[in-house]
Design a binder for this molecule. Structure first.
Ligand code: FAD
Ligand code: PHB
Length: 388
């Protein structure tokens, strides 16, 4: 079998890349290790930048997002029981969309099924061959048989634990990493959101986040220990830990209920450099990870895909290598700014240590953020997404 681009991974990065390439006549096959249902079962991102929305619109899968998604003109930050509103739209002219990654993935999967482009789910033992040669290949197992696809390029959209980055010779790649000594415990509930805007909470007991997926579905997170196990967190314990971190009004409005999903995510900052190796390109979480505090992971996956798809389309249309040669540098320039923002917001809002100096610095910086229009604007510009 032969195609132009083999895409490894059917998360948001792989599906979006496949959709854009197909629209521009570039043939591609997606290989995904899991089943489609498993991919749809992962509850992750919720806040979508305007530029990510534009990409979904460009490939014709943004309809349901515009119908069911919630346009947010502000976010709120609650510090030790006092809530402050940052008016994103007033400060930047831009808004964000609250719409779940699960729904985006579903829209992209349906879009792909609609155009009849090939996706192999439950593809086992995906292996890359000859990435530095002219004729790369990808082999895999499906339905008990071995298969191999010859291609021009391979797009590694297989997330942090995927095979693509791991296939690169160690001396060709540099990695930069910071691991945080805490994680997020998240729950999804069929209860109305506590407020109609996303609330980030800094509190001596630890970070919390109140988000939503719609008028009757809420998503809450609290800072937890890395050693924590979801089994040790029955719903009541979660609500008991969340409530004291909120301000009085939010606490009074909070509607609790049974969780329909509960999971722990470790927090990590990570960047691989470069993200092009011969005929292999990494995109999304395969190339970099941000802690979710800035809501940037999915949005960065989309921005990588934008740069990569433009480069590949240009290659086929104009026989030009220019975009391909610049991909790594261009994509990483935007990635590093989001890494900085996500790291900064993580350090500002989490309980980092028992050191009172750390706490006082956080409070001073937050006070400055709320009082200074320049500081609020800098926050807002990063939160709504920096221009490409
Ligand atoms: P993934 O979604 O990880 O997809 C990779 C795919 O590759 C998977 O389907 C996987 O099964 C497949 N795969 C892996 N290995 C192989 C293999 N060997 N062979 C074949 N297939 C393979 N981002 C935001 O922008 N906004 C937010 O609000 C936000 N909130 C978040 C909240 C939480 C709690 C978490 C954990 C993340 C959040 N993110 C957020 C980050 C976002 O979810 C990720 O950045 C995003 O999923 C990255 O997409 P991706 O396609 O690069 O990778
Ligand atoms: C979410 O709704 O899941 C969400 C919102 C904001 C974040 C991270 C996750 O920063």
């Amino acid at each position: 079998m032969r195609t132009q681009v083999v895409i490894v991974g059917a998360g948001p990065a792989g599906l979006l890349l496949g959709q854009i390439l197909h629209k521009h006549g570039v043939a591609n096959v997606i290989l995904e290790r899991q089943t489609g249902d498993y991919v749809l079962g992962r509850v992750r991102a919720g806040v979508i930048e305007q530029v990510t929305q534009d990409l979904l619109d460009e490939v014709g899968v943004g309809g349901r997002m515009h119908r069911d998604g919630l346009v947010h003109e502000a976010v709120q930050i609650c510090v030790d029981g006092a809530r402050h509103r940052i008016p994103l739209k007033e400060l930047t002219g831009k808004t964000v969309m609250v719409y779940g990654q699960t729904e985006i993935t579903r829209d992209l999967m349906e879009g792909r099924a609609g155009i009849g482009a090939p996706t192999v789910y439950s593809a086992g033992d995906v292996t890359l061959h000859d990435i530095f040669g002219d004729k790369p290949r990808v082999s895999y197992q499906a339905e008990g048989k071995s298969h191999e696809i010859a291609c021009d390029f391979i797009a590694g959209c297989d997330g942090f634990h995927g095979v693509c980055r791991a296939s690169v010779p160690p001396d060709a790649i540099t990695t930069h990493e910071r691991v945080y000594p805490f994680g997020w415990l998240g729950i999804l509930t069929d209860t109305p959101p506590v407020l109609d805007e996303v609330v980030y909470v800094r509190h001596p007991l630890g970070f919390a986040l109140c988000s939503m997926r719609g008028p009757t579905r809420s998503r809450y997170y609290i800072q937890c220990d890395l050693a924590d196990d979801v089994e040790a967190w029955p719903d009541q314990r979660f609500w008991d830990a969340l409530k004291p971190r909120l301000d009085d009004e939010a606490r009074a409005r909070l509607v609790t209920g049974p969780s329909i999903e509960k999971s722990i995510a470790p927090l990590r900052s990570f960047v691989a450099e470069p993200i092009r190796f011969g005929r292999l390109f990494l995109a999304g979480d395969a190339a970099h990870i941000v802690p979710p505090t800035g809501a940037k992971g999915l949005n960065l996956a989309a921005s990588d895909v934008r740069y990569l798809s433009r480069a590949l389309i240009e290659h086929y249309a104009e026989k030009s290598e220019a975009g391909i040669d610049c991909y790594s540098e261009r994509a990483l320039a935007r990635v590093w700014k989001a890494e900085r923002f996500s790291w900064w917001l993580t350090m500002l809002l989490h309980k980092i240590s028992d050191n009172t100096f750390d706490r006082k610095i956080q409070l001073a910086e937050l006070d400055y953020l709320f009082r200074s229009k320049a500081a609020s604007t800098a926050f807002a510009e990063n939160y709504v997404g920096l221009p490409y």
